[in-house]
Design a binder for this molecule. Structure first.
Ligand SMILES: Cc1cc2nc3c(=O)[nH]c(=O)nc-3n(C[C@H](O)[C@H](O)[C@H](O)COP(=O)(O)O)c2cc1C
Ligand code: SF4
Length: 383
């Protein structure tokens, strides 16, 4: 167990669900807790727009995930695991359930899982279609049979998670990276990537792109290589306008920033994020003011309601954009734009979780890079 945790730490593996937290630190935290009952939870809610890597893995190679989870469970001292799959993925659920039976029959799960001398078993649970249930603490509430509402942290789930017990929560791709790390060694894995973004990532190309699909590459290739090289540019053949990276609450990245490497830190430095690796491409016919409004509307609909900036601010944000777009003159548009930017700050810094926090990304990036879509002059929007 100790050696497995050390290998995961040493590999530099970071969570693939969005927050990119070092996996090994979580493993160590859970392993070091004294409790008898611990859990491993796999987050397969995959709610981000344009993402499908979790689904492809669960449907195409379910044993990789099962093996990664069993290794994690045995290493941290957990005896039971849950895979929380979104209801929109019936094929993944059926495939996983069948694979679990096969793994159990072969002795990889059960009282002496994989001849480890430890018990480990797991089951699949199906979500009910709420975006917020992808957030780890809301997911735990949902697994406990409650309505998914975000829990305040601390305590972190690694110390007090499912049913109050220490819980290791990871995305599908994080857990599925573990068998390779152990088979080939941490240095092999660490050799891929750049900076602190190590290993490979299955980037997912979707939207208005000629060749959509999954491109697994080491971190560090540029967004341009991905969208123009692999993707072949827009499907419509019209000029590229932007790509939304990291889900429905990711920033809109303009082509002038397409030479940025796909690296967690490089994206954070320009006010964006890689998230789960989803890239949605748009041509010049897309109106980004409409997309900014959509992000706020999405936040209003998906908010769990626990904190004020997100619960109320999202609805007020939709109203501000509507006022901005209907404003009769430049002066009043500028006034509404300032209110909108203020609201973005409140959402970003005042929200309890990243649902409210990240809603500012698509709105602020659209305002900053595409002021004309809001009827604003460039200089004022850049203020
Ligand atoms: C609103 C919201 C939705 C999220 N949805 C997902 C999701 O669908 N899948 C996922 O793996 N992580 C999602 N996350 C991130 C999880 O909270 C958590 O960070 C992740 O499951 C941890 O696993 P990792 O360390 O492997 O990334 C979401 C976070 C937020 C705030
Ligand atoms: S930011 Fe939104 S989703 Fe997150 S805890 Fe607050 S109300 Fe809930």
């Amino acid at each position: 167990g100790e050696q497995t945790v050390a290998a995961v730490l040493d590999s530099g593996l970071r969570g693939r669900g969005g927050a990119a937290f070092p996996a090994g630190i979580k493993w160590r935290t859970v392993r070091d807790t004294p409790q008898q009952q611990k859990y491993v939870v796999c987050n397969a809610d995959e709610g981000d727009s344009g993402t499908f890597a979790d689904r492809m893995l669960m449907e195409g190679d379910p044993f990789l995930l099962i093996e990664g989870m069993a290794i994690a469970g045995i290493a941290v001292g957990a005896s039971y695991g849950y895979i929380y799959v979104r209801s929109e993925y019936p094929q993944a659920v059926a495939t996983l359930r069948e694979a679990l039976d096969i793994a159990r029959d072969a002795g990889y799960l059960g009282a002496n899982a994989g001849a480890s001398g430890q018990a480990f078993d797991m089951e699949v649970r199906v979500g009910a279609g709420a975006y917020i249930c992808g957030e780890e603490t809301a997911l735990l509430d949902s697994l406990e049979g409650k309505r998914g509402i975000v829990r305040a942290k601390p305590p972190i789930p690694a110390l007090q998670g499912l049913f109050g017990q220490p819980t290791l929560v990871h995305n599908v791709l994080t857990l599925a990276s573990v068998p390779l790390i152990l088979a080939k060694g941490a240095p092999f894995y660490r050799d891929y990537g750049m900076g602190r973004s190590l290993g490979t990532m299955p980037f997912q190309l979707a939207g208005n792109v000629r060749h959509g699909g999954l491109v697994e590459r080491a971190f560090g290739l540029t967004l341009r290589e991905l969208v123009e090289g692999y993707g072949g540019g827009t499907a419509s053949g019209r000029p590229l306008k932007a790509a939304q990276v990291g889900g429905p609450l990711g920033a809109w990245v303009p082509p002038s920033q397409f030479d940025t490497p796909l690296d967690y830190e490089a994206f954070a430095a320009m006010g964006a994020m890689l998230g789960h690796g989803g890239v949605v491409v748009a041509d010049d016919s897309l109106d980004l003011a409409r997309m900014a409004r959509f992000a706020l509307q999405f936040c209003a609909e998906e908010s769990c309601g626990k904190c004020t900036p997100c619960r109320i601010g999202s609805t007020r944000g939709v109203e501000v954009i509507d006022r901005l777009l209907a404003a009769p003159d430049q002066g009043r548009r500028d006034e509404q734009a300032l209110i909108l930017k203020d609201l973005c700050d409140t959402l970003q810094y005042g929200s309890l979780c990243a649902l409210g926090g990240m809603t500012s990304y698509p709105v602020a990036s659209a305002l900053k890079h595409f002021p004309a879509d809001f009827g604003l002059a460039p200089s004022e929007a850049e203020q």
